[in-house]
Design a protein around this ligand. Sequence first.
Ligand code: PAF
Length: 283
Amino acid sequence: MEQLGSKAEVRQAIAEARREDKRIALVPTMGALHDGHLSLVHAARQRADYVAVSVFVNPTQFGEAEDFAAYPRDLARDLDLLGAEGVDLAFTPSPEVMYAPGADVTIEPGRLGTVLEGAVRSGHFRGVCTIVTKLLSITGPDLAFFGEKDYQQLVLVRRMVRDLDLPVKVVGAPTVRECDGLAISSRNAHLSAEERAAAPVLYRALRSAETLALGGERDAAVLEDAMRSTVESEPVMTLDYAAVVDAASLEPSGELGPKPARALIAARIGRTRLIDNLSLEVG
Ligand code: PAF
């Protein structure tokens, strides 16, 4: 595996792979790699001949109240894992490489960036859209892989690629979960033993909505109430939102119909904020 930190080197390595007619995949990450990221790498290896993984903790997607400095970083371990997975290229730029001094032009995410997570994390999705566009521009992949764990991010990146005619196919990969249902996330490392024991309530809440939907309940408000009361059974959790939305537009569902719906949930537990989501099959 090659590890490269400069944009010019990356463009050159990828141009070489293109000359060999290789199908190129990008897996963008912020490092602190876990099984969720590795499942994206597996999916990328199945669909492409050359897999690039970017490891960059993007300062512009952190809000003022969010601790960019405390985000977990362990590049040596990340590189070991990526090497063992047969990744071809690890792109590990510094913030100075990624952002020119005074960089000021950004990608505006539109309505999808203002709801749910966007309502709580002002500016977050502008930072995400901007860095993803830059990473796509530098690597020029055929395919780019994103986890369903960050469902709103996945939907927004798909929309951005469509609306800006970016020449890449966005591929989503299912959330990887611990045995008790907790979605794997770098933030889980911040949980105390007591918080970790309570955290799977988010998945139970999503499952309670799914069970109701499978049983024929069509009223989104009833599903949202069920999620809310499930989370309230864990006093250490503070719910930010429990929402049932159209899976593509993220608009409130009202009544579940033939179009795919998604349940999304976010809660704070101690100083950690967790999010999760589940597809609602109404068959
Ligand atoms: O999902 C993430 O880790 C980040 O938001 C991403 C897509 C790598 C952009 O910094």
